[in-house]
Design a protein around this ligand. Structure first.
Ligand code: ADP
Ligand code: MG
Length: 264
């Protein structure tokens, strides 16, 4: 069993206009283990993506306090690629396009980068696994010969993030708004992919603004984030309550003084 611990995490970013440092995460605490699916819900702009980027090690996010520990060891000083080798994976809200690298090439490189040099995946094993996962996700094989994310529709990008997830099989997956822009059929496919990995050696942190995805990937634990910290933790019912009462309802119930802007 592996453990991912977020301890009193404070994170600041450089404000784009003023270049002043601005604190986004104001003391996030939670612990998850493999075998569990946690969801983080919260209004726009509260720091959900900041949390996932910080766990993965994106250099724009400065940890000003607290710690992130994988199996008891701090990973704060490790670069992104080393965190990936240790079993973390981030499916991004806005996946990048990479010109000149096909999806299949990228996938094989991503798998091999996580394996020892004398234990690289064979072409045959790779293609077999690729075929299996393409079928599971109802994806066209032609997708794998296209340049990574280039000209992919929003839905194709999301499916492709899940294809990466299935091929890489990380210990902990951070899934940031994988439901945004998906129609109901794509949502089901994406959920099926994530659910197929559930088990003792896999943990997922599902970040979402909406409850809808959590009907398909039912979480063990739900955290609500507001104002840069977790303000409430519960089981899957908490997501249903939020759907009914909205973030404003919970904010008022908890007596929090946080602005809720640009709700959509
Ligand atoms: P959420 O994912 O909950 O909608 P984000 O983590 O994306 O929220 O953003 C939280 C706040 O941090 C926002 O005000 C956003 O503008 C700011 N922020 C996030 N990333 C950066 C960055 N790289 N540079 C500057 N500001 C950022
Ligand atoms: Mg976000």
């Amino acid at each position: 069993m592996s453990t991912l611990e977020i301890k009193d995490l404070h994170v600041a970013v450089a404000d784009e206009e003023s270049q002043q440092s601005r604190e986004i995460l104001t003391g996030v605490n939670f612990t998850m283990t493999t075998g569990e699916v946690h969801a983080i819900m919260g209004p726009n702009g509260t720091g959900k993506s900041t949390l996932s980027q910080t766990i993965m090690g994106h250099p724009a996010y400065h940890v000003t306090g607290g710690d992130i520990r994988l199996d008891g060891t701090s990973i704060l000083d490790l670069p992104v690629d080393e965190r990936a080798r240790r079993g973390l994976f981030l499916a991004m809200q806005y996946p990048a396009e990479i010109q000149g690298v096909t999806n299949a090439e990228f996938l094989r490189a991503a798998i091999n980068a996580r394996r020892a040099e004398d234990d690289q995946i064979s072409v045959m094993a790779f293609l077999k696994e690729l075929d299996r996962n393409l079928a599971l996700l109802d994806m066209d094989e032609a997708m794998t010969e296209r340049y990574l994310n280039e000209g992919f529709s929003g839905g194709e990008k999301k499916r492709n993030e899940i294809l990466q997830l299935l091929m890489i099989k990380p210990r902990f997956a951070l899934l940031d708004e994988i439901d945004s822009g998906l129609d109901i059929d794509a949502l089901k496919v994406v959920s099926k992919g994530v659910n197929s990995l559930r088990g003792a050696n896999f943990g997922a942190l599902i970040i979402t603004h909406y409850q809808r995805l959590l009907n398909y990937i039912v979480p063990d634990v739900v955290h609500v984030m507001m104002g840069g910290k977790i303000v409430k933790t519960g089981n899957a019912d908490l997501a249903q309550t939020l759907e009914r009462e909205g973030y404003a309802g919970l904010r008022d119930e908890l007596g929090l003084d946080v602005p809720l802007v640009d709700e959509d």
